[in-house]
Design a protein around this ligand. Structure first.
Ligand code: DP6
Length: 332
């Protein structure tokens, strides 16, 4: 009853921001993303009678029962046990190859890997749609990391949430030249996590209804742009959608300003370089890191300029990556 899975992070091209049902983790709006090669979580799950309680080891440190991450993992294990009709406690070990909770979507790869490894270890045979619905129960953005390439998370209409799942827009092979350069600006944990932040936005932001009213158009444009490989359409829409989400964050009470001075320096850089003919677009999640959307041919000049921007600690170039998969090498 042991299994290991590897899941890549994903970055939204049009964002998920807000839940219509907190218990079933159903989103207010649909979203689209690219699964990233190279930023991943590996997780091993073992259910066994020998364990007296669930244990969760993250990046080599065992987390105490009082930790929020432990509670989320335990809740997810309970859900898997309930589906599989088993009662054994579990040991979970998980490793990220990038900093946790800094706006690099660690909860997405984390819960996609935990769901796949947990379901396999518990003997559940799930379709990729069922697996994405399970991952969604851990973290909304994890719904999308189950699939590779370019992905849409359908908000769904059913009350039980069974149709709020990921669907492929195009496989990674469709557009192999597409890149996202992730810039690491700060590795400090953010003050307001996405979950609390989005709930606060729904409650207090006067523009939230405008966000909802315009998101579907962005989704359609991104999907069209991906299918037709229209880079400007994908980039412009992603940038615009990101700015609209941040407009709701900034006008939430209390205001959530995730951008740091370096974040803004990169935005200005991208706008100026575009004027010169070097085409790239930015997208930013609930954190200070900027993800630069570009094509392979422009990576060397963009990386050079990004690395010369004050405050940029690191850049990681990501191609379209694969969906979650089971692997043989267990972490324990
Ligand atoms: C800004 O998926 O981390 O990155 O569902 O509460 O776990 P929970 O939130 P999470 O939120 C992601 C928000 C975002 C946009 C996105 O990835 O679509």
């Amino acid at each position: 009853m042991k299994a290991t899975a590897k899941a890549n992070a994903n970055i939204a091209l049009t964002k998920y921001w807000g839940k219509r049902d907190k218990k079933l983790m159903l989103p207010q709006n649909g979203s689209t993303s690219m699964t990233l090669s190279g930023l991943y979580t590996v997780t091993t799950v073992e259910f066994d009678k020998k364990y007296e309680k669930d244990a969760f080891v993250l990046d080599g440190t065992e987390l105490g029962e009082e930790r929020a991450e432990y509670k989320k993992v335990k809740k997810h294990l309970d859900l898997i046990r309930e589906k599989a009709g088993i009662s054994e406690k579990a040991r979970v070990e998980s490793k990220n190859n990038f900093p946790t909770a800094a706006g690099l979507a660690s909860s997405a790869s984390g819960f996609a890997a935990l769901s796949a490894a947990g379901a396999e270890a518990a003997g559940l045979k799930l379709s990729s749609q069922e697996l994405s619905a399970l991952a969604r129960m851990g973290s909304g953005s994890a719904t999308r990391s189950v699939l590779g390439g370019f992905v849409e998370w359908k908000p769904g209409e059913k009350e039980d949430g069974s149709d709020s799942v990921a669907e492929e827009i195009a496989p990674k092979e469709h557009w192999p030249e597409f890149r996202m350069i992730t810039t690491i600006v700060s590795t400090t944990e953010k003050k307001v996590k996405s979950r609390a932040g989005m709930a606060q936005t729904i409650e207090t932001c006067p523009y939230y209804r405008d966000w909802l009213a315009t998101v579907n158009e962005d989704i359609e444009n991104v999907k069209k742009g991906i299918k037709e490989k229209n880079f400007a359409l994908v980039g412009q829409t992603a940038e615009y959608n990101c700015l609209k989400m941040h407009a709701t964050m900034i006008t939430t009470k209390p205001a959530m300003i995730y951008w740091m001075p370096t974040t803004i320096a990169i935005i200005h850089g991208i706008l100026a370089w575009r004027e010169e003919g070097l085409e790239s677009y930015f997208t930013i999640d609930a954190g200070p890191q900027v993800k630069v959307i570009c094509l392979e041919k422009d990576v060397p000049s963009l990386e050079k300029r990004l690395q010369a921007t004050e405050g940029v600690q690191k850049t990681v170039v990501c191609k379209p990556g694969e969906g979650v998969k089971l692997i043989e090498e267990h972490l324990f």
